[in-house]
Design a protein around this ligand. Structure first.
Ligand code: TYM
Length: 333
């Protein structure tokens, strides 16, 4: 009997500076876990990164480090395709096409666009506005069934589905309409300094986020300074955003349930709790940091890996792109 086709997973992360514990718990940890069960394709979305101005030397360094870090997290290039977006030209090409099937009004409603344009008021460029079309192109090129992301990408995924359905209806079924895969735990890790806003690498206050490569000392210090409340009770409840967030992080790295965590810290203060969360995170990140040092020292291996990834990705992407161009009516070259 013919073996059933595995479902296809696609996801990507921007190599814009430090990758945080939020990225890891919301997305990367899942990517690693899904590799055996699915046909996985992962990308460093560097084309997305230039919507905000980048220093060339830093940008190059960040991309290579992000590639090494993802390998260190457990992305396995034998099991999955792992490539750099700008190395596969079909992404930019399909993005242009999809721009012509995406409405101004739809893009204007994107909360990330509103947030980012408020933050970078001096550089509200067309790329920032059209960013979701590029993201749709990323996903649709690979006919992905599932897209593992954190909760903040939900709106972009919804747009991707709408664009895919619109194109399929206008021509004939061309794109798989993808579903999001958002984890129950970790989908929205909050800032340690302001637990009402998400943990973000662009936070001006470095105490708000844990970078994946922060040293154990720095991690412990950031957790000890984390904002909690005056209730002094480790309990998951409405209005306890800081404690809920720390409990969520602890649950993700230890696999414990909220009830187990409440029992573990019954009658104990926040000091003990924060130390325990910090130590659990340090231990979780330790092997990743060790593997990172090995990968980043081996530039030849990294280069071979991302070149191979791009070649494999391009074969799939070009097939979809050719189909799209033909359906629209472009004269074959
Ligand atoms: P990016 O680079 O901002 O984030 C990468 C992944 O991390 C998740 N994430 C979080 N999860 C939980 N808590 C947080 N505080 C947190 N912060 C970030 C994000 O949801 C994401 O899954 N546009 C995307 C990259 C992208 C992409 C794609 C994703 C480009 N093309 C196609 C999926 C499919 C982005 O900027 O993610």
């Amino acid at each position: 009997m013919e073996e059933q086709r595995k479902q296809v997973i696609f996801s990507a992360i921007q190599p814009s500076g430090t990758i945080t514990l939020g990225n890891y718990l919301g997305a990367l940890k899942n990517w690693v876990a899904l590799q055996d069960e699915y046909d996985c394709i992962f990308s460093l979305a560097d084309l997305h990164t230039i919507t905000v101005r980048q220093d060339p030397a830093k940008f190059r360094k960040n991309a290579l480090e992000a590639y090494a870090l993802l390998l260190a997290c457990g992305i396995d290039p034998q099991k999955s395709i792992f490539f750099i977006q700008s190395h596969v030209s079909a992404h930019a090409e399909l993005a242009w096409v999809l721009n012509c099937y995406t409405q101004f009004g739809e893009l204007s409603r994107m909360t990330q666009f509103k947030d980012k344009s408020a933050k970078h008021a001096d550089n509200i460029n067309a790329g920032l506005f059209a960013y979701p079309s590029l993201m749709a192109a990323d996903i649709l090129l690979y006919q992905a069934d599932l897209v593992p992301v954190g909760a903040d990408q939900k709106q972009h995924l919804e747009l991707t589905r709408n664009v895919a359905e619109r194109f399929n209806a206008a021509y004939s079924p061309t794109f798989t309409v993808p579903d999001g895969y958002i984890p129950k735990q970790g989908a929205r890790i909050m800032s340690l300094q302001d637990p009402t806003s998400k943990m973000s690498k662009s936070d001006e206050n470095a105490n708000g986020f844990i970078a994946m490569l922060d040293s154990p000392d720095v991690i412990m210090r950031k957790f000890k300074r984390a904002v909690t409340d005056s209730d002094a009770c480790v309990r998951y409840a409405e209005g306890k955003d800081g404690v809920n967030n720390l409990m969520g992080i602890y649950a993700c790295v230890t696999g414990k349930t909220m009830e187990e965590i409440e029992r573990e810290f019954e009658g104990r203060g926040y000091g003990d709790f924060k130390t325990a969360v910090g130590e659990a995170v340090v231990e979780h990140l330790r092997p990743i940091q060790e593997r990172f040092s090995q990968y980043i020292a081996d530039k030849a291996y990294l280069e071979a890996c991302y070149r191979d990834g791009a070649a494999r990705a391009a074969r799939i992407a070009n097939r979809t792109l050719a189909k799209v161009m033909k359906k629209i009516g472009f004269l074959p070259g």
